[in-house]
Design a protein around this ligand. Sequence first.
Ligand code: MG
Length: 203
Amino acid sequence: MQLAIDPATVKGFLDPAEARALHDAALAASPNGPMLEVGGYCGLSALHIGTAAKAAGGLLYSLDHHRGSEENQPGWEWHDPELWDPQAGALDTLPHFRRTIRQAGLEEHVVALVGRSDVVARHWATPLALLFIDGGHTMAAALADWRGWSPHVMPGGTLAIHDVFPDPADGGRPPYEVYARALASGLFEETAAVRSLRLLRRL
Ligand code: MG
């Protein structure tokens, strides 16, 4: 995996081993169709998935409202004051995302979709070769991502879920609930687990 920029310079929450697993899954999926991630933030995961897309002639849609998840808001654990837009009175991660993608030379391989996950999903109709769910961690947000996007994973396609913690002491529960629902649906089988990343295959 040869990245055009140092991932340590990009804000985000992605372990290097998880990043490599995502990259490799994206490399395999790219020839089969477009990929979509929910939760772009400042472009760290898009850097890895997009680099694979570039190598394999693929495309990543990176969806985010770019106003930060609940845990990114002022006063919360994962708030970063550098992302605050005083004019909007809100977080704005989009300029950071765009800079990452531009600096990495990925503008032809990563397309930003700016909006709420459920709103963008409403009229989506394109089968996805890979779906990466890494959005909001409230139960409502996680389930909306599951309901809105998982039906679009093509047979044989990959569903990747971040921040899956079987032990609630390690982190919030909603991504685990999405993972559990995916397995319980009978439509997905697990193919890999790398730290908090789970990779599943659509049957
Ligand atoms: Mg995450």
